[in-house]
Design a protein around this ligand. Structure first.
Ligand code: BES
Ligand code: ZN
Length: 630
């Protein structure tokens, strides 16, 4: 059934036909040529310039016993007029078993298509190249996923809150969609989709899409806005829904849903605040799905349905900046998307900036500033240890897994650039610019170059520009004109941290019993590199830090405990690492443990217990860090 390799035009070469042709055309100005080259996504085998998928229909059965999804993906495609006459449809896959590839049309005729599944690349997976005759139509791929699909986590019942039913969830960003759907897995390719998901008795399915109908065990979904593949998302489990506002609500396991509804009570107000600043919310509903604790991220901005870690359920709404962040992606990221993973900072830098604006509108300037200070501090810590090439907004990810680009740089340096622009032109003008930007590029994917061209035309049409955009975007480090957020409250905490660590006051005299989460985080980070174990105990006895349920405070505290050889938190560390799978918490803790031989041994022992419970994405990172696994 596979086609002769020679029948495939240029094969593996990643440059799309039209892009490489215009590249060689010297009538095109140099800047535009660069822009064309930049549009090519190095992390996808697909050639959307030749044949582009526009709509996807999914028919999938969820099989917990086999840990597999199986069924069909029907892809409606169009061959571009400029493409070579026989240009095939090229898709991305990873660890998929392809059973048949067919065309639409009379089912009684032989409607099989010939295809080749190329050799698997360790980062990119394998290209699926399908010979197509017509310039437009639908190809239907019958396939099944692997139990080790990188996007999917299959949780046995004991790993869930209710412990009675299994749970499945997907995490497609950055390039994991291809491990559960054969697709053009590039943020530059947008599709609409329909899906029919069949689940076992007693379980429910949710997708980041409209819910169309429920018939027995089959739920039908529809996404009528064109979205990139990394935003396709599915979860299956014992899930219930609770409304929290007129277009907002939470999905969670029954024992978690009330806590979630309480924690996220401000969500509707956040949507309203964001709309006022950034233009209409174009996705209809905004709901939040609270996942089991092995969810490898804090949040994922799946459209209409943010996926969130239960570790934000602090009980006091102190960690809801995460919701502001994922909500903000509805504008930056989902409505307007970076065209390739090099342009990731357009998603995350904008979103970090927008997040802060939402926090300011809802909770005031002080809290927003504290969040910004913490963000910049995290950025500085990373910049101190990064190689220059990783300090660049328009990062070069050639030959690398795009998940490696997920550092504080695109988030915090990106947000600082936008803050710098806001400070330069004034808030009113910058807000108008943002609204215009989200409208102009709505449901489009743009490159960094598209962004700078648009920005220059809108904000600095007469040039010369007062902000050195080129340096900000293409140079390592932080430019001298980077904004410096300052919090008076934090300055006071700095003093307290110094007086206490110098032994001038006792812990209980810090009067820290009702400090906010942000104040605690700042205090703990402001302590000197070494704090004697007795002092750690004194602090712990005064404020019960070991037993804090707040995941951010706990992880910061545990980091100090490891660093300072404080054994009073040993059991808590064990428990934390074996019950939470959020990569942001795991990586620093395992890294800190690994600094000494005894610590490394301990890290490996804990990880041995914890590994089966982590998501494949977290497993991959921790395996690498500890030098274990496959
Ligand atoms: N889109 C990201 C998560 C992501 C990025 C997943 C890259 C895979 C690859 C999401 O919006 C995010 O940034 N989440 C943060 C929380 C946020 C408050 C900074 C996280 O998970 O830590
Ligand atoms: Zn984000």
């Amino acid at each position: 059934m596979s086609m002769h390799p020679l029948a495939l035009c240029v094969g593996i070469v990643l440059l799309g036909g039209s892009a490489s042709m215009s590249y060689a055309d010297d009538r095109i100005p140099a800047e535009a040529k660069v822009a064309e080259g930049d549009r090519v996504d190095l992390h996808s085998f697909s050639k959307p310039n030749q044949v582009r998928v526009e709509h996807v229909r999914l028919f999938l059965t969820v099989d917990f016993a086999k840990k597999e999804l199986r069924g069909e993906a029907a892809l409606r495609y169009k061959r571009e007029a400029t493409a070579p006459r026989n240009a095939p449809l090229v898709l991305d896959t990873r660890d998929l078993t392809i059973e048949a590839v067919m065309t639409d049309g009379d089912p009684h005729l032989d409607n099989r298509l010939s295809y080749t599944l190329g050799k698997a690349d360790p980062i990119l997976g394998a290209p699926l190249t399908i010979a197509i005759e017509r310039d437009s139509g639908e190809v239907i791929i019958r396939y099944r996923t692997s139990p080790k699909a990188s996007a999917l986590q299959w949780l046995d019942a004991p790993r869930t809150a209710g412990r009675k039913h299994p749970f499945l969830f997907s995490q497609s960003q950055a390039i994991h969609a291809r491990s559960w759907i054969p697709c053009q897995d590039s943020p530059g390719v947008r599709v609409t989709y329909d899906a029919e998901i069949r689940v076992p008795d007693g379980l429910g399915a949710v997708m980041a899409a409209d819910r169309v109908r429920q018939q027995g065990n089959v739920t039908t979904f529809k996404m009528d806005k064109p979205i990139p593949s990394y935003l396709i998302a599915l979860a299956v489990g014992d899930l219930v829904f609770r409304p929290i506002g007129k277009r907002t609500g939470v999905w969670a396991e029954p024992s978690v849903v009330d806590k979630a509804a309480y924690e996220f009570a401000d969500t509707e107000k956040m949507v309203e605040a964001a709309e006022k600043r950034f233009g209409p919310y174009r996705w209809g509903r905004y709901d939040i799905l609270v996942l089991p604790p092995s969810f490898p991220f804090g949040g994922m901005e799946n459209p209409k349905l943010t996926f969130a870690t239960p570790t934000v359920l602090a009980g006091d709404r102190s960690l809801v900046a995460l919701i502001a962040h994922e909500l903000a992606h509805s504008w930056s990221g989902n409505q307007v998307t970076g065209a390739t993973w090099r342009d990731f900072w357009l998603n995350e830098g904008f979103t970090t900036y927008l997040e802060n604006r939402i926090i300011e509108d809802l909770y005031g300037k002080d809290r927003a500033t504290m969040e910004a200070v913490l963000g910049k501090q995290e950025l500085r810590e990373e910049l101190a240890k990064f190689a220059p090439r990783d300090e660049i907004l328009h990062v070069d990810l050639k030959g690398r897994d795009p998940d490696e680009g997920m550092t504080r740089v695109p988030y915090e340096k990106g947000a600082l650039l936008l803050k710098r622009l806001e400070d330069t032109v004034g808030r009113d003008k910058f807000d108008a610019f943002l609204k215009g930007y989200f409208d102009h590029f709505a449901f489009k994917s743009l490159t960094t170059d598209d962004f700078t061209r648009y920005l220059r035309a809108e904000l600095f049409p007469k040039g010369p520009e007062p902000v050195d955009l080129h340096a900000w975007i293409h140079n390592p480090g932080l430019p001298d004109d980077a904004p410096e957020p300052k919090s008076e409250r934090f300055a006071a905490i700095d003093k307290l941290a110094a007086t206490w660590s110098d032994g001038k006051v006792m812990a209980r005299d810090l009067r820290a019993a009702d400090w906010s989460t942000l104040e605690w985080l700042h205090f703990l980070r402001a302590l000197p590199a070494k704090v004697a174990p007795e002092k750690m105990r004194e602090l712990d006895n005064a404020y019960n830090l070991t037993d804090r349920g707040n995941s951010e405070i706990a992880s910061q505290w545990l980091l100090l405990a490891i660093r300072n050889g404080y054994t009073g938190s040993d059991a808590r560390l064990d428990d934390f690492l074996t019950s939470i799978g959020r990569r942001k918490f795991l990586m620093p803790l395992y890294t800190e443990l690994s600094r000494t031989p005894a610590g490394k041994e301990r890290a490996r022992a804990i990880y041995k217990k914890a590994r089966p419970f982590y998501h494949p994405i977290a497993v991959e990172s921790v395996d690498k860090l500890l030098g274990v696994g496959g």
